[in-house]
Design a protein around this ligand. Structure first.
Ligand SMILES: [Zn+2]
Length: 266
């Protein structure tokens, strides 16, 4: 599934049901040019809600007849996008998803790490702000033998990303027969995670997306298949191939989503 505005794969379907059928007429009146397919990525959805806010303010006198309905729609949007609202600080309105500026230091750092092993064109890097997960990550970090934070890649399917970005990683999906046992896997090389992502066909071409995560590895040792936890005194395991596994849901923080073009639209 891809976003009706930017065509990138949809990870978070937050707001998917926000503009229900009864609001379509109203939505169309305000945004005659916006596609009304109800399928937007989190960033585009957020922009729509923001635009709606501005529109409501600027057209106040012209829309008196619609006013009540508009307020309803606005309330409905806010409610469906409640996770975003949790992060709204009155002084510093931090958005749930931010599209990174290509000229920023943050973007360049990620781009360089990604390009070390993958040569695809990056279309967008999104930052996920999830204070609840950040707090859990920080709490988990305090329990580790030592602080050893690395930024590593994680590849999975769209549906998994949606859950990971909202509620964190989940060991329930881990499989003990993996190279490092039943842990949550992270890779130093983007090329490794690339193989676990699911490619989406979009109007722009074939797009893959992987997560770029802040991981506190603590003290690591060599791991092996069949493991279900780290040996005593260690916090994570590693393989010979620059991959790591942790056995705690909050030792890895899903911080960025990298979208990249695997093949141009022909
Ligand atoms: Zn979009």
């Amino acid at each position: 599934m891809s976003c009706k505005i930017c065509h990138l794969p949809i990870i978070c379907v937050i707001g998917h049901d926000a503009i229900k059928a009864k609001y379509i007429k109203l939505f169309k009146a305000i945004f005659p040019k916006k596609p009304i397919e109800l399928r937007y990525c989190a960033s585009c959805y957020q922009s729509l809600v923001d635009e709606l806010d501005i529109e409501i303010k600027s057209q106040q006198e012209h829309i008196n007849t619609y006013k009540e309905e508009l307020e309803l729609l606005k309330a409905k949007c806010k409610q469906d996008y409640s996770i975003m609202d949790h992060n709204v600080n009155t002084d510093n309105k931090q958005k749930r998803y931010i599209i990174l500026d290509e000229n920023s230091e943050e973007y360049r750092r990620i781009y360089e790490h990604f390009s070390g092993t993958l040569f695809y064109k990056i279309i967008r890097i999104e930052k996920s702000n999830n204070p609840v997960l950040l707090q859990k990550f920080n709490e988990r970090s305090k329990q580790l033998t030592c602080q050893n934070i690395k930024y590593l890649f994680h590849g999975s399917a769209d549906k998994a990303y949606e859950n990971i970005l909202e509620t964190g990683f989940d060991l329930h999906y881990a499989n003990a027969s993996g190279l490092l046992g039943a842990g949550i896997y992270f890779a130093e090389d983007a090329s490794y995670s690339h193989g676990f992502g699911r490619i989406t066909n979009t109007n722009l071409g074939k797009i893959n997306h992987i997560l770029y995560c802040r991981v506190n590895l603590g003290k690591t040792c060599k791991g092996c298949s069949g493991m279900t936890s780290t040996p005593k005194g260690f916090d994570a395991v590693h393989s010979d191939h620059k991959t790591y596994a942790v056995f705690d849901n909050y030792q890895g923080l899903p911080e960025y989503i990298i979208y990249y073009l695997v093949e141009d639209h022909k």
